[in-house]
Design a protein around this ligand. Structure first.
Ligand code: HEM
Ligand code: FMN
Length: 532
């Protein structure tokens, strides 16, 4: 890229106000003044980086792909080594961390004391920087959609069967014909670098070791090509270890899928799809359809207003309209408010493989997706972060079963939102879901214990198993007693224990009669009751 003009360190350093704000990333200078009020992360974080070399701070959160959201004229030019040397390096903003005292935790607990998914959350709240914690934990408005997501799982009860000889149970499943160790997967979440420097790389390596599926977000901290390469390398390593240990091929291989935010600029969207396809690692594409605009994330907005007030007198004057407070609410570059069913045609054509719609919230939309040849729908309200008082996924699943009983056999139906117990995955599978997406627990696991935390959240430690048949290893772990050194995982342990307690030997035995969903059925949409 040719510099548009000579830019000296001195000149760059002078642009650090709301009337002119320049930042430098990878030796390129951007005028982000017009983007200040649009930036979903708020104006204050940009202003703190203004006039400095922001590369290090920027990379903790974003990949350089995100720069495509800036208007073309924002790029002012590149700088040379001399100019770079003259620039102040941005110091990490002093973000307050969580409060160990208030959370009643003295220090990060030993990982062995993390036994249920919510233990990761409590630990994360105590140690994560407040801004990152707020980003992950926040939901729309007063949190009602998130609360009802969490509650919905408890509104369905098991109907366990006895005398089933469940010494050996098989929790293996598949997504679009590709096997998975369990019927759950890690949901796409943006900016994992805000949890831990290993970011998405740590998550995909853990998936590769455990044979679990994951959906990668569009908004990664690390570029998708680097993540794909790390995933391939880890899978290769795992395959070699297994070969050396003379184990068999029964263990499912991990699989990635790609989540697509369709930006306003179609050229950017097409390029994104092509890049994802070129990596060769993604089995399907999951198009997020519940984010035509951003939901009202009140906790983030309050924090951004506070940051603006504290940042500088200049920004304080704009605090009422800073960041989320104004244009980010209808960010028109990252999101696309004009998408329609018509757009599915070119998305399907560009991708050329299985397509899932992520964020379907009614039976009618699920049926329309099936009619249009979509391969899967994810019933989801985005973890309660978008539509305030949106239906939880289990209720939508029951709505589908009631009004379109055959639909779950016409396409793969996934659910997510608020699942915090591996056994609960069985409730969704019993009602016809192919798999359950789990989001926040994995962000918290990464933020607290890094890659090791993600592994613990997923599945038990197989690496110390002596070299015998892997199929046997699976069986061994599944029937392990309380004294087994292999127990201590989170989601898989709960799932397998849940299968045994419910009397299910494999997932074919997860049938609707295995659960009592009548309480939630009372809450589904009833056209006759809704027509006034
Ligand atoms: C200069 C070009 C930049 C662009 C185009 C940009 C763009 C964006 C976009 C599109 C998001 C929303 C991502 C999502 O929904 O997951 C975002 C979020 C965010 N950005 Fe940036 N960003 C830029 C620079 C920076 C810098 C320099 C920092 C700080 C070092 C930063 C910090 C953040 C934070 C903290 C969030 C999260 C907001 C939240 O809490 O939800 N950004 N940015
Ligand atoms: C921190 C965070 C970031 C997210 N980022 C994305 C994203 O980039 N793309 C997307 O489609 N969904 C995103 N989601 C939504 C998740 O994919 C998923 O629908 C939701 O988290 C499931 O609910 P749970 O967190 O209660 O398990 C995000 C959710 C969280 C909590």
């Amino acid at each position: 890229m040719q510099p548009k003009k000579e830019l000296s360190a001195q000149e760059i350093a002078s642009h650090r106000s709301t009337s002119s704000c320049w930042i430098v990333v990878d030796d390129k200078v951007y005028d982000v003044t017009s983007y200040l009020t649009e930036h979903p992360g708020g104006a204050a974080v940009l202003l703190k980086q203004a006039g400095t070399d922001a590369t290090a701070e920027f990379r903790k959160i974003h990949s350089t792909d995100i720069l495509s959201y800036l208007p073309k004229e924002a790029f002012l030019g590149a700088i040379d080594a001399a100019a770079r040397a003259g620039l102040p390096i941005s110091s990490a903003p002093a973000e307050p961390t969580g409060n160990l005292e208030t959370e009643g935790i003295k220090e990060l607990p030993h990982i062995s004391s993390i036994v249920v998914p919510n233990d990761f959350e409590a630990a994360a709240k105590a140690v994560m920087p407040v801004k990152s914690w707020t980003f992950v934990s926040s939901s729309a408005h007063d949190g009602s959609a998130l609360r009802s997501n969490l509650a919905s799982w408890h509104a369905v009860r098991f109907r366990p069967r006895i005398f089933q000889d469940i010494r050996t149970v098989d929790p293996r499943s598949s997504i679009f014909g590709t096997a998975s160790a369990f019927p759950f997967y890690v949901s796409p979440m943006g900016q994992l670098g805000r949890g831990h420097p290993v970011a998405e790389i740590g998550v995909v390596r853990a998936l590769a070791r455990r044979g679990v599926h994951g959906v990668l977000s569009t908004e990664t901290t690390v570029k998708m090509e680097e993540i794909a390469a790390a995933f391939i390398a880890e899978k290769k390593k795992v395959a070699e270890e297994r070969k050396d240990a003379s184990t068999d091929e029964n263990r499912p291989e991990a699989q990635l899928h790609f989540q697509l935010y369709v930006p306003a600029d179609r050229a950017i969207a097409v390029q994104r799809i092509r890049r994802a396809r070129a990596t060769g690692v993604f089995r399907s594409i999951w198009v997020t359809v519940d984010t035509a605009v951003l939901g009202k994330r009140s906790a983030d907005r309050k924090l951004q207003a506070a940051e603006a007030l504290a940042a500088s007198p200049d920004l304080a004057a704009h605090a009422e309209s800073a960041g989320f407070g104004l244009l980010a609410h209808a960010s028109n570059s990252q999101l696309n408010a004009s998408l329609t069913w018509e757009d599915l045609k070119w998305i399907k054509r560009e991708w050329g493989g299985p397509v899932v719609l992520k964020g379907v919230q009614t039976a009618e939309d699920a049926a329309r997706a099936a009619d249009l040849g979509v391969d899967g729908v994810l019933l989801s309200n985005h973890g309660g972060r978008q539509m305030h008082d949106a239906a939880d996924a289990l209720t939508t699943l029951l709505e589908i079963r009631t009004y379109y009983p055959g639909l779950v056999d016409r396409l793969e139906v996934f659910v997510d939102g608020g699942c915090r117990d591996g056994a609960d995955v069985l409730k969704a599978v019993s009602l016809g879901a192919k798999a359950v997406g789990i989001g926040r627990p994995f962000f918290y696991a990464l933020a607290t214990y890094g890659e090791k935390g993600v592994e613990r959240c997923l599945d038990s430690e197989f690496s110390s198993i002596p070299p015998f048949s892997f199929a046997f290893a699976l069986t061994y772990v599944r029937i392990a007693s309380d004294s087994s050194p292999f127990l201590g995982d989170v989601f898989s342990d709960e799932l397998v224990t849940g299968m045994r307690l419910a009397g299910m030997k494999n997932l074919d035995e997860a049938r609707p009669e295995g659960v009592n969903a009548s309480r939630l059925l009372n809450e589904i949409w009833r056209p006759e009751k809704s027509s006034l």
